[in-house]
Design a binder for this molecule. Structure first.
Ligand code: SF4
Length: 343
C-alpha cells in the first residue's frame, strides 16, 4: 500500500500577535467563508447587525467536491451550493465559489501526481492557480481523523488553501484592508477553543511590497450554540436542510468525523454513496475510523428517526427551492444534538 501522505503547510504557523477586536469600518472588503452551516451564517448575520454595509461583504464558499465539469460528488450534501447561492441572493450579498479541480475524491485518488489546480471565482471571472509544481505524491487513502490539518488534509486542501489562493490571486486586495471571517466556535472542540478571535490572516502581507493587509476574524468564537440559533431566528432564516434531518453540524454529508448514527443515516438516505465510501475503504485497505470500517460502524447503529422523506428530497437535490426567509421559524431537529465534525 502506498501511503506517503503530503503535508501542505503547517497551519499552526500563525504570526503570534495579540490584536484587539477589529474596527469593522476600517476594511475595504469583508469576506465571510460560508459553509451554509449555522456558525458561518451566524457570523454573517452578526456583521450585518454590527452595521457592516452589505456592499462590502462577500460570501466565499469552498466546494469540497469541486464544481461544474471539475466536480466529483461524493462528500458534500448535494443541496449545499444551491442553498448558499439562494442565501446570498436573499441577503443581497455576492457569493463566489472556489474549488480544487476534481474535489476531495480527486485529491484522495492522487497517485504519483501533483495536487490539481484550484479554481476561484472573482468579480472579473474565474481563474485558476497551482497544479504544476510542488511534489508529485500519492494519497490513496481517506484523510485521517486528527486536529492537525496536515493529517486531516481535506480541510487544508479543499478549504484553507483555496481561500488563500483566491486572496493571493486577486490584485484587488493589494494596498487594501481585507477582513476574512470564519465561524469557528470555542465550544465545538478543545482545538477550536485555542483559536484566536482576531489575528493576521495567513495571506497577510501588510509589510510586504503588495501591502496586502488581511486580518482573520472569528466573531462567534465565544458564542454558545443558543446564541447562534437566536440570531438565525431573529433573521427568520430557514436553516440548511441537514439540520432538519437531525445533523447537529453542517459538515460534509459523508464527513470523515461522522458518528455511527450519521453513517447509518447516510446509508438510509443514499445507499449508493455509502457503498462508494465503503468500497474505497476496502480498496485502500485503510478505514476512516481507526479501528472499524463504515460497514462495521453502521451494523450496530440506528439512523436518525427524523429522516422525513420530503426533507431528504430537499437535502439531496442540487437545487434548493425552499424559502430562505420563513415566518414560522422552528428550531431544527438537529439543534443541540450530536455534532460530530471537524475538531
Ligand atoms: S467536513 Fe469533514 S470530510 Fe469534509 S472537509 Fe471537513 S473534515 Fe473533511
Amino acid at each position: 500500500m502506498l501511503n506517503n501522505q503530503i503535508a501542505l503547510f503547517d497551519v499552526t504557523d500563525f504570526e503570534d500577535e495579540v490584536i484587539e477586536k477589529p474596527d469593522l469600518d476600517s476594511y475595504d472588503y469583508v469576506i465571510v467563508a460560508m459553509s451554509g452551516g449555522k456558525d458561518s451564517l451566524a457570523a454573517v448575520l452578526d456583521l450585518i447587525e454590527a452595521g457592516v454595509p452589505r456592499s462590502k461583504i462577500e460570501m466565499w464558499h469552498h466546494s469540497v467536491d469541486g464544481r461544474g465539469d471539475d466536480a466529483n460528488p461524493l462528500f458534500d450534501w448535494p443541496v449545499t451550493e444551491s442553498y448558499c447561492e439562494k442565501l446570498a441572493e436573499a441577503l443581497g450579498i455576492p457569493i463566489y465559489f472556489s474549488w480544487k479541480q476534481g474535489g476531495l475524491e480527486g485529491e484522495m485518488l492522487r497517485e504519483d501526481a501533483y495536487t490539481r489546480p484550484t479554481s476561484f471565482e472573482t468579480p472579473d471571472g474565474t481563474f485558476q492557480s497551482g497544479g504544476d509544481s510542488g511534489k508529485k505524491a500519492t494519497r490513496r487513502k481517506f484523510p485521517q481523523l486528527a486536529a492537525s490539518l496536515s493529517t486531516r488534509w481535506c480541510s487544508a486542501y479543499l478549504k484553507v488553501d483555496p481561500a488563500s489562493k483566491a486572496i493571493t490571486g486577486q490584485t484587488r486586495f493589494a494596498h487594501k484592508r481585507t477582513l476574512f471571517v470564519t465561524g469557528e466556535r470555542a465550544e465545538e472542540s478543545s482545538a477550536r477553543s485555542k483559536y484566536k478571535t482576531f489575528e493576521p490572516h495567513r495571506t497577510d502581507r501588510r509589510h510586504g511590497r503588495s501591502k496586502r493587509h488581511v486580518d482573520h476574524y472569528r466573531p462567534v468564537h465565544s458564542w454558545e450554540e443558543q446564541q447562534v440559533w437566536d440570531i438565525i431566528e431573529r433573521h427568520r432564516i430557514n436553516p440548511h436542510p441537514a439540520y432538519k434531518l437531525g445533523w447537529g453540524r453542517l459538515s460534509c454529508m459523508t464527513c470523515i468525523f461522522g458518528s455511527a448514527s450519521q453513517w447509518a443515516s447516510v446509508k438510509a438516505i443514499d445507499p449508493d454513496r455509502f457503498e462508494r465510501i465503503a468500497s474505497y475503504e476496502d480498496e485502500f485497505g485503510v478505514t476512516i475510523h481507526r479501528t472499524q470500517s463504515v460497514r462495521e460502524r453502521v451494523a450496530s447503529a440506528q439512523p436518525y428517526d427524523t429522516l422525513d422523506p420530503e426533507l431528504v428530497k430537499v437535502a439531496m437535490s442540487t437545487e434548493y427551492k425552499e424559502p430562505i426567509f420563513v415566518d414560522d421559524w422552528k428550531l431544527p431537529a438537529g439543534a443541540f444534538g450530536e455534532s460530530s465534525g471537524p475538531t
